[in-house]
Ligand binder design. Structure first.
Ligand code: HEC
Length: 121
């Protein structure tokens, strides 16, 4: 009985991981993330980046950073090299301050959206 229970736990943990990876993350579902940002990234945006939901997509995908030369804010399918993610994770090499306002859960959702192609959905 004990052993069975253990197996069940391991299985559901693995399943939760798989489900998390394949679960689609739309751009629209990130509104809650950008709510934590648009007090500064608004119509007169700091860092020349507006994260108001009706503007954020065109400001992010394929757009160069205003602060770091050569950096691209969002590179579809490539979360690691997307400057948005690097700022949210306070990675070494960023210019300016950390943007880790939402915490790890929020970054994971942004990563998932980019990994799925950074669609305007
Ligand atoms: C308290 C104000 C404030 C908040 C809140 C804030 N930011 Fe920023 N952000 C700034 C300032 C100032 C800059 C420009 C200087 C810098 O790059 O650090 C900036 C720059 C950035 C940049 C770099 C833009 C570029 O083109 O190089 C990104 C990406 C960014 N913020 C993302 C976010 C995200 C995502 C959030 C919410 C999770 C957020 N910020 C919340 C003030 C803020």
């Amino acid at each position: 009985m004990h052993e069975l229970h253990l197996h069940y736990c391991t299985f559901s943990a693995v399943w939760a991981k798989i489900a998390n990876i394949v679960e689609p993350t739309t751009f629209g579902s990130l509104a809650e993330v950008y709510d934590r940002c648009d007090s500064c990234h608004d119509d007169t945006p700091l860092g020349n980046l507006s994260l108001l939901l009706n503007r954020a997509y065109t400001q992010l995908v394929g757009q160069p950073s205003s602060q770091k030369e050569g950096a691209i804010r969002v590179i579809p399918f490539d979360p690691d090299n997307s400057y948005l993610v690097q700022k949210m994770e306070d990675s070494p090499g960023i210019v300016g301050g950390s943007m880790a306002y939402g915490g790890p859960t929020y970054v994971q959702r942004v990563r998932a959206w980019i990994a799925q192609g950074a669609l305007n959905n």
